[in-house]
Structure formats: C-alpha cells, structure tokens
Design a protein around this ligand. Structure first.
Ligand SMILES: CCCCCCCC(=O)SCCNC(=O)CCNC(=O)[C@H](O)C(C)(C)COP(=O)(O)OP(=O)(O)OC[C@H]1O[C@@H](n2cnc3c(N)ncnc32)[C@H](O)[C@@H]1OP(=O)(O)O
Length: 251
C-alpha cells in the first residue's frame, strides 16, 4: 500500500507538479498515537524518462517561435538576480509506472494494461501527427500558458480540430495548472464554449488562469486564442477538486 501511494505521489513529482522536497505521507488510517510513515523513494529507482515538451523536427515556425519566446522568459532574472517567475513544465507519457492491484475492488489494472498505459495526449508516436504542446507556468501571476500545434490526426470538421481534442487539451492544461496550484486534483466540471474553429495544423495558445480557491475547490478559466491573441477560439471555466491518494485507490 505504502509503495503504491509512493508511486502515485512520485508520478506527480515526475510531472514537475509537486516539489521534490514534498514529503509524501500515505493517507491510510492509523491508530491514534502511532507515527505515520513518511515515504521517500530513492531517485535512482526512477530513471529520467523522455521529456515530450522539448522541440522536435515536426514543430512549425510559429510553434518554435512561441517556444523560444517563453523559454527566454524562463531564463530572465529579477533585478535582485533571482530566477524569474516563468518555468517550463516537463511532460512525460506516463504518470504512473504501475497502478495498485486490489482484486477485491478499487483500482484494478491487469499487468497487460499496466505495461501499456500511456498518457492520452502523448500516445501517438509519429511526431507532429496529433498533440504537440508545451506548458509554461508563471507562479507569480498564477497562470499557465500552453503552446499547441494541432496535427492532422485531430481532425473533426473538415480541415479543423475536433471539439473533443480541444476539450482534451483544455482538461490537460487546466488540470496540470490546478495540480501545480493545489496538488493532486480531479476534474469535476468543464464548461466549454466553442467560439471559432481551429484550423488543423495551426498553432494556438491556451491560457489558464486561477479564478479562486475555496477549500478543496480550485476554479480555473482558460482561453484558447491565436498566437497573436486576435482570434478567440474557445472559452472555458473549470472546477477541480483536491483528492487524496485513497480517492484514486477507491478508498
Ligand atoms: C498531466 C495530465 C493532467 C491531466 C489532467 C486531467 C484531469 C482529469 O481528466 S481527471 C478525469 C476526469 N474526472 C473524473 O473522472 C472525476 C470523477 N469524479 C470524481 O471522482 C468525484 O466526483 C470528484 C473527485 C470530482 C468529487 O467527488 P468528492 O471528492 O466526493 O466530492 P463531493 O463530496 O461530492 O463534493 C465536494 C464539493 O464539490 C462540489 N462538486 C462536486 N462535483 C461537482 C461538479 N461536477 N460541479 C460542481 N460542484 C461539484 C460539491 O457540490 C461539494 O460542494 P460543497 O462542499 O460546497 O457542498
């Protein structure tokens, strides 16, 4: 149990969404007076996987230009010589290496599914064919920007991006942002207004902003626009609820 929870928390850490210093406490019920186990796993057990948010040859000129713009923001320093507020978030194709098996209920994944599981937005091998994206967060402004290049496998209406693919990216960006702000969360509600179609192959910006936090609830808004901001494609309000590891384990 402790190993499984450790893996889940480590998964969030690998995404860069929880600080490496975070000490991970299993959410098991313990008798009053006993000391909770603090799980810290040695990093050599987790070799660094491929970071999909780095440039590849399928990136077009606009995607590359925007990436270089935000990368340069990440390198900026404050007047006091401190690192500025922007960070690029790495992106891997798996959150967890293994899920817990509870034959009597809860999360059950067969060995076959465990070995094949991949993050939805990172599971198409052909670079440029589907979701090419990179996320940057600004911790001062509590906002997150995603540069997305939508590939030919995402077609919905002829020549344009499928609404479900747009929703997928909005969920990914706002969900990652909410996790960055609040720790582990799940999407409770996504309310999307599609204003203008997104041409297939184009590069767009998704800008996610914290609206408010109330207890376990994190409210986020997200706008999808052209890279110069002149065209509004989509507007979203989203609600995320903080969860404990036991929620994922069916507890
Ligand atoms: C790196 C990649 C990042 C990708 C991020 C992707 C994120 C995802 O897609 S997650 C997958 C999709 N989401 C899901 O499958 C979630 C399924 N739903 C659930 O598990 C649960 O309903 C969950 C966790 C959202 C809420 O359950 P639970 O923790 O029991 O909350 P619950 O006690 O019912 O409600 C708590 C509060 O939230 C409110 N609430 C719950 N659901 C909603 C909702 N859909 N709309 C509005 N309010 C809601 C309740 O009214 C309650 O409010 P209050 O405290 O004011 O009375």
């Amino acid at each position: 149990m402790a190993r499984s929870i450790g893996r889940i928390c480590k998964g969030f850490q690998r995404l860069g969404l929880l600080s490496k210093q975070t000490q991970l406490i299993p959410f098991t019920r313990v008798p009053v007076g006993t000391v909770r186990t603090i799980v810290t796993l040695p990093s050599f057990l987790f070799p660094q996987p491929r970071d999909f948010s780095l440039p590849n040859p399928s990136w077009g000129s606009e995607m590359t230009r925007m990436y270089e713009h935000y990368e340069s923001q990440c390198e900026m320093e404050t007047e006091g010589g401190q690192k500025g507020p922007w960070r690029r978030l790495p992106s891997y194709n798996r959150l967890l290496k293994y899920a817990t098996v509870f034959p009597s209920g809860g999360v059950y994944l067969s060995k076959m599914i465990q070995s094949k599981a991949r993050l939805f937005t990172r599971n198409i091998r052909n670079p440029g064919a589907a979701f090419e994206y990179v996320l940057f967060v600004n911790k001062e402004e509590q906002k997150c920007v995603c540069i997305l290049q939508a590939g030919h496998l995402l077609e919905g209406p002829p020549g344009h991006v499928h609404g479900g693919a747009i929703a997928t990216m909005i969920d990914t960006v706002t969900g990652t942002h909410a996790t960055f702000l609040s720790g582990p969360v799940m999407t409770a509600n996504l309310n999307i207004n599609y204003r203008r179609p997104i041409p297939l192959g184009s590069t767009v910006l998704l800008e996610s902003c914290l609206e408010k936090k109330e207890g376990r609830k994190t409210f986020i808004t997200c706008r999808v626009t052209s890279t110069d901001g002149s065209k509004l494609h989509t507007e979203t309000s989203a609600l995320f609820l903080s969860i404990t590891a036991s929620h994922l384990l069916g507890g």
